[in-house]
Design a protein around this ligand. Structure first.
Ligand code: C5P
Length: 218
């Protein structure tokens, strides 16, 4: 028996990559399957939450019971999050957001020739930092994929983005794999979630979030 630890709460989740158009058919994106974000959505539903999932392009089936909002670009993800965030009690930012967008994408397909093609890239807004800097942010959880100094870099990110909780994982083992080890960093310290499949990790993460959230909202 699993207690409905998030019953009555609204949880907003971002998942998958975002995609930035170069022209009508080409674009730049991040390597992200969306599996972790979708697993978190499923675990939150199991815990009794009302779930809104803002998802970039993935091959996954939308979790049954969640309201899924499909988007493509980072700006679209930001717009969807801004439209939904005021209603949310908890925001979990799992998406691998593209750090740059292409300035002046072509509306038609660019003809290929032998010349060098130069793209101008402009930085995208940080969706999560945008949410945490609001007057009344929901309880915010970030993810940090790091190639080295996992704990140190994730903790710096947690402080920079003003997050009560960040979930860190090593990029080398995260991309495309089904089993991950996660490190949770919060105000009370660190907590390792031993290697397991993503749904198991998502359930453990949701239990951890519920524990902190419910202690803060008796
Ligand atoms: O990319 P970075 O390592 O800064 O990502 C850390 C956290 O910030 C993740 O939770 C990610 O979803 C979020 N993020 C975001 N908007 C961005 C970049 C990252 O919401 N433009």
């Amino acid at each position: 028996f699993q207690p409905k630890r998030l019953a009555g709460l609204k949880v907003l989740i971002t998942a998958g990559p975002t995609f930035e158009a170069i022209d009508a058919v080409r674009g730049i994106s991040n390597q992200s399957s969306g599996k972790m974000g979708y697993a978190v959505a499923r675990a939150a539903l199991e815990a009794g939450a009302e779930v809104t999932l803002v998802s970039g392009p993935t091959c996954l089936k939308p979790p049954r019971g969640a309201r899924t909002i499909p988007i493509v670009s980072t700006q679209q993800m930001l717009d969807a999050v801004e439209a939904e965030v005021d209603a949310a009690d908890i925001f979990i930012s799992v998406a691998a957001v593209a750090d740059y967008y292409v300035l002046n994408p072509s509306e038609s397909k660019i003809k290929k020739d032998a010349h060098i093609l130069t793209l101008e890239l402009a930085p995208n807004p940080d969706i999560l930092a945008n949410v945490t800097s609001r007057a009344k942010p929901p309880f915010c959880v970030g993810f940090a994929a790091e190639a080295e100094n996992l704990e140190e870099y994730a903790e710096l990110k947690r402080r920079r983005k003003h997050l009560p909780l960040i979930v860190a994982n090593a990029v080398q083992e995260a991309i495309g794999t089904d089993e991950v080890e996660l490190l949770l960093l919060d105000d009370a310290g660190k907590h390792t979630l031993a290697r397991a499949d993503k749904l198991t990790q998502a359930r453990r993460l949701i239990a951890h979030i519920a524990q902190i959230y419910n202690a803060q909202h008796p």
